[in-house]
Design a protein around this ligand. Structure first.
Ligand SMILES: Cc1ncc(COP(=O)(O)O)c(C=O)c1O
Length: 388
């Protein structure tokens, strides 16, 4: 393994652990030495059905044997079915497929500006975004990511983003104006440290967007597809956004993103306005449809809620507090030891990550069972003890 790593030609833009994973089954991962790990990261909240789920494997295999790609000049049956599955779960509307969360947010920003422009509001260009947010690494989605450290050396970024403090309703009131095209928020800030947004704040944002003619974008890239114990993170607040962006769990490991748009704004993008070659191809769309069907059939949203409660109470004694909902949890250790705990956890056969210096993120597959939750909690306990 060390030899393989030393010979690698991969750009060093990630801090990688010296582990080569070879295969996965359910909630388990196996490295090149055959060591077994409980995967409580799921590829960063991606592999919602776990690894090698037979329904997903079959869907991909069958579709690969039939048709891989044709371009967006045409329709395919999986593309239609996947869009319908998303629309069914969001109450109608329209879907644009892309290949990642960043692209879904790029599309949402472009849609919001184009809607304003079509309505003659050419100065309605601003995007209000929250401090600590994460919306992606492309220039537009990076500009909307209010984490200045991630901007360093990449300027100039696209203009027009208005940052406000998380949960600051007063700032929302002064920043959402006739110049605002959209407000974008994550129901729980994921990369920002598993920080839930206040219900009052989201309700105020919904109201202000209606009053002032702006579009409300829910970035559900990390929180969507059942992860928080409801289908969508925004359901915890009882609001309905105008645009929802998806990726990660949408394909359960197959790279796919999507932007859902309420019917009233669907006319914003017309033929030629926006696109991407690979977006919504039959292979990934066959996977998307299977992910929806499997989550429904196996009642995985309910499982995410129940297992989330169990996991949160099992790990609570290990740190100062637990943030998050369902199976998107952050264990706050209160000290900058998260990175050391992650390393110790790997030694104990548990995959988690340090979302910041003092917080461990846990985001297991939605199929996780009680015994696996209990075992992961006991491995994490051993890891924390090894570091303390
Ligand atoms: C909330 C949120 N939005 C957008 C993104 C970007 O997604 P991607 O890495 O697929 O571009 C992420 C990734 O972590 C995310 O958590």
């Amino acid at each position: 393994v060390t030899d393989q790593i030393q010979r690698n030609y991969l750009l060093a833009n990630y801090g990688r652990h010296p582990i080569v994973f070879e295969r996965g089954q359910g909630v388990m991962l196996y490295d090149a030495d055959g060591k077994e790990y409980l995967d409580f990261l799921a590829g960063i909240a991606v592999c919602s059905l776990g690894h090698s789920h037979p329904a997903l494997v079959k869907a991909i295999q069958d579709q690969a044997a039939k048709l891989l790609h044709v371009s967006n000049y045409f329709y395919t049956a999986p593309g239609i079915a996947a869009a319908e599955a998303i629309a069914d779960h969001l109450g109608g509307g329209r879907v644009f497929f892309c290949n990642s969360g960043a692209e879904a947010n790029e599309a949402a920003i472009k849609l919001a500006r184009k809607v304003a422009w079509r309505n003659g509001h050419t100065d309605r260009v601003e995007i209000v975004s929250l401090e600590g947010s994460f919306h992606g690494r492309t220039l537009g989605s990076l500009a909307a990511t209010i984490q200045p450290a991630k901007w360093e050396g990449f300027g100039p970024l696209p203009a027009g983003v208005v940052p406000i403090a998380l949960n600051d309703i007063e700032a929302l009131r002064t920043s959402v104006t006739a110049r605002t095209a959209a407000v974008i928020f994550e129901p729980i800030q994921g990369e920002g440290g598993i920080r839930p947004v206040d219900e009052d704040f989201v309700v105020a944002a919904r109201k202000l967007c209606w009053e002032r003619g702006a579009i409300l974008i829910a970035d559900e890239v990390q929180t969507g597809m059942g992860r928080t114990g409801k289908w969508w993170g925004f359901e915890h607040f009882g609001v309905r956004p105008d645009v929802v962006t998806l990726a990660k769990g949408l394909g359960s490991g197959v790279p796919v993103g999507a932007m859902w748009v309420d019917e009233s704004f669907a006319d914003g993008l017309r033929p030629g306005d926006h696109g991407t070659t690979f977006g919504g191809g039959p292979l990934v769309c066959a996977a998307v449809k299977t992910v929806f069907d499997t989550i429904e059939r196996e009642r995985l949203v309910d499982n995410a809620f129940a297992m989330g409660e169990r996991l949160a109470s099992a790990i609570a004694p290990l740190g100062e507090s637990v943030r998050g909902k369902g199976l998107l949890l952050g264990l706050e250790l209160g000290r900058p030891i998260a990175s050391a705990v992650v390393k110790a956890a790997l030694e104990h056969g548990l995959v988690v990550n340090d979302v910041n210096a003092s917080t461990i993120r846990l985001a297991p597959p939605l199929i996780v069972a009680e015994a696996e939750v209990d075992e992961a909690a006991s491995r994490l306990k051993a890891a924390v003890a090894a570091v303390s």
